[in-house]
Write a protein that binds this ligand. Sequence first.
Ligand code: CA
Ligand code: CA
Length: 295
Amino acid sequence: MYIISKEAHIYSFRSDLMPVESVDSGSEVIFETYDCYREQLKSSSKNQLFSLKGINPATGPLAIRGAEPGDMLKVTILSIELHDEGTMYLRPGAGVLKKFVVHPEVKKLRVKNGTLHFDSTHSFPIKPMIGVIGVSPKEGDISTFAPGTHGGNMDTKEITAGSVVYLPVSVPGANLAIGDLHALMGDGEVPICGVEIGGRVRVKVEVLKESGFNGPVVEDREHFYVISSALTLDEACQSASENMFAFLSSRLPQYEANDIICLMGIGGDLRISQMVNPLKTAKYRIPKTLFPVRF
Ligand code: CA
Ligand code: CA
């Protein structure tokens, strides 16, 4: 089993990243990850602002031998193990509800036996998810705070154990990096954080030669999700819809365009992943049972 230490991490996705490890297609790999604050917030506090250095690290990158531009990288999330304490950090001026955040606050929240303990009366079953998962883009220097067609900071809660993430390969080896785990996060990521937490993610990486798609796609047991990010939510929703149309059109050639559109309207759901990152992220999901398609 390959283990990528969290000491090996990046803060931006670029085409010229140097991989820390190379594996064959079909390998299983464990990524250790810091929380998004790189574990600099150690205790609960109120009225204290922190100047954090080096945040939102993504562990890696991992090269997958044989991956070439035009291929898809299939990443199966086998398991997500979390540390036993999560963090939420609210700052005035940050997040959708910034006008109500009158003082900064760090909340340290216990995560034990699959349960997040918020206070003495409220606890929740955890739903561990990956905020950042991406590969090298063709060009540019894309911060790990931003999502895009390379994946990145998509903050899509369906990227969880048992899911598969498909990412377009733009450079030889692909350069996969993973970070920013959440014990729980609601759609929108309205506070600008989920329950931020470190952990270990075990994945299987496979290179697909046959199917191209120009952005990230997520598959879970019941659905496909096409993920799109743009400057505004309107644009992200438009792009997610068009990309789902393209996804279905290529997989259901027996249907005319109008039929695909009707099917999307009947059984698909357009939703928001997050609205707090440099680009906003929308997802269009379709149930696999209604439209039996394969990736
Ligand atoms: Ca994030
Ligand atoms: Ca996060």
